[in-house]
Design a binder for this molecule. Sequence first.
Ligand code: R5P
Length: 294
Amino acid sequence: MADKDSIQETHNYHLDIPMKNELFMLQGSNSLDWGMKNRLSNIFNPETGRTVMLAIDHGYFLGPTAGLERVDVTIVPLLPYADTLMCTRGILRSTIPPTFTKGIVLRSSGGPSILKELSNEEIAVDIEDAVRLNIAALAVQVFVGGEHETKSIHNLTRLVDMGNRYGIPVLGVTAVGKEMVRDAKYMRLATRICAELGASYVKTYYVPEEFETVTASCPVPIVIAGGKKIPELDALKMAHNAIQQGACGVDMGRNIFQCEAPSAMIQAVRKVVHENMSPKDAYEVYQNLKKEKK
Ligand code: R5P
């Protein structure tokens, strides 16, 4: 017990300062518990409410994807520029330094390889292991309209139940099958289903037309996947358009790690996401950093 004699009389109640009751920075997230909000704050920058997630989980069904052959050599140097890393627990334990203290979004579904029907996924992690890894969110693929639609949605709802028990948010990842039309109508359907069924935030693809209706009809934050490698300026334009149309960030993989200068690219993407920089200016940042090899 503290020394009784040293206890000072309390008097500094700051009666003129009302206690702050601030809203949490992310839409649709006010009712979440403290632990969830704390974890989400380790994914989304609390100052901008946005995130640059570096996605390197492709190997869970693709094996050693181009650019990810040696994660220790090509990805670890990029970590200072990412708000969050999305990866599998295998790569996390084997290759990511535990001194990386930003959020980890853990790939939590899997099963089929690229050689099989991709929608046939199962939950691929035990919640206790996720807690042990101190992750910030669980990510699960949802195949709306896919062959195993119901199973993949059930994976999401089970992970939401598990996550809720431990204060871990779930990222619903909308996977668009080859047979689906990648348009706003489909994205509205898929993202809304993820949110309705409890995802704390949702990843989707950018669509050039009516993307603002996708973000408007989804009550929780949306981040966009980068998709296949396109020219750097086009990737920056896509990120810029998505942000201006209501997305809260990017979960970008190939358009960063398959670039000639991945470090320059992720820094340019940060400018677009966190500083609303125009794609043209961000591309200039990319080119300058590339020249300087930074
Ligand atoms: C897809 O397999 C993974 O969930 C990726 O994390 C996602 O597609 C984002 O990566 P990329 O920007 O390369 O599409």
